[in-house]
Write a new protein. Sequence first.
Length: 424
Amino acid sequence: MSKDYIQMWESLGLNLEAHDGLLEVLGKQYREVFLKQQNRPEGMGYFDFVMREVHGLRVKELLDAQAHGRKVIGTFCVYAPEELILAANAICVGLCAGAEIAPELADEYLPRNTCALIRSFFGFKLAGVCPYTNACDLVVGETTCDGKKKAYEIFAELKDLYVMEIPQRKGAADRVLWRAEIVRFKERVEQLTGVEITADRLRAAITTVNDRRRALQRLTRLRYQYPTVISGRDALLINQIAFYDDPARFTGSVNALCDELEQRGKDGVEVASGNPVKLMIAGCPMAVPNWKLPVVVEEAGAVIVAEESCVGERNTRDLVVEEGGTVADLVDRLTDRYMSINCAVFTPNEGRLDHIVETARAAKVDGIIHYALQFCGPYTIEARNVQKRLDAEGLPLLRLETDYGAEDTGQLKTRVEAFVEQLS
Ligand code: BJ8
């Protein structure tokens, strides 16, 4: 941390000792995973800065905004329509957590056979080490998987929580339900902020979020075109930061990085020489600081060029149509865009299988790794359908299940190295 933020963390009720310990571990891990890479693009400097200040300056920005009357709303899922939050002059932050924190405290609330992501957000809250959760005026949950759905009932004891009902199919009746949920959420956000969401405000918010998606889409295309101008772990980091940073500032920084990557592509400047195996990761989202698998993959000599994930293309590939004269029109546009997200909680979920194949072809990958968190029913079970489809398409697949611990790193390495070897 570049400044003394101790007072701020104290005011947020953090456990300073545990928080210091976390920052130390994260700082060390960050240096190993990111800063030691050779030939990194200079534009990554901005994202290094954001990460250095992720519990400092960014949190201060949120508190300063609150002091000026703005609200901060935390979300756990890409189904929460950020546009409505921005349109009400509030700030949206993603709260999903990617590290095993205080498992003994999480044990008091959740069974051990709960996915690591859910146990993690409990651990962060219970250990008092997440300034974002504590700073939020409201947290938004959603009825996606059973684990989250039931865990939110308990999390509501710890934090003011609002839950959106997510349909499980994509038929006409489901769209009606989802549209009504968007309207209900809009009203809740208006009530919290005291700001009426007008068509102009909503259109402007849609453009802001679309601009961020466009910048990330540009990064995606550049990785397809020049697979080695940036490492997969750096691209993942950028997608992770998208959930925390100010959207307009973030968009500008991604576009500046993309200008540099374009030039690197033309000049042949690479982070990995030779002709490395190109892989895509498909499956569960990887929230900060979950970098375990990308490191294993890239240390095995492969390069990750695409992610079919909510921290990746599942969250960025579709824009909201920006046309619409009324709030009702724009709510329709939001409904359609969010219904197109292919989370594994939907059944049937052919759209996700199509998207994996399309992405693999567009990125010209040599193989795909299906990544599922242990005890995540939707993704571990859907892995079989992914396998069937990719077998039929002649695309090689490695199926992995893991958690946030380091115990299985050796085993992951062995399996990933064998897969890379087979594709070389
Ligand atoms: S839209 S992927 S962000 S729900 S890993 S908690 S599914 S048991 S995270 Fe997700 Fe929204 Fe879907 Fe995306 Fe449950 Fe699985 Fe855990 Fe998960």
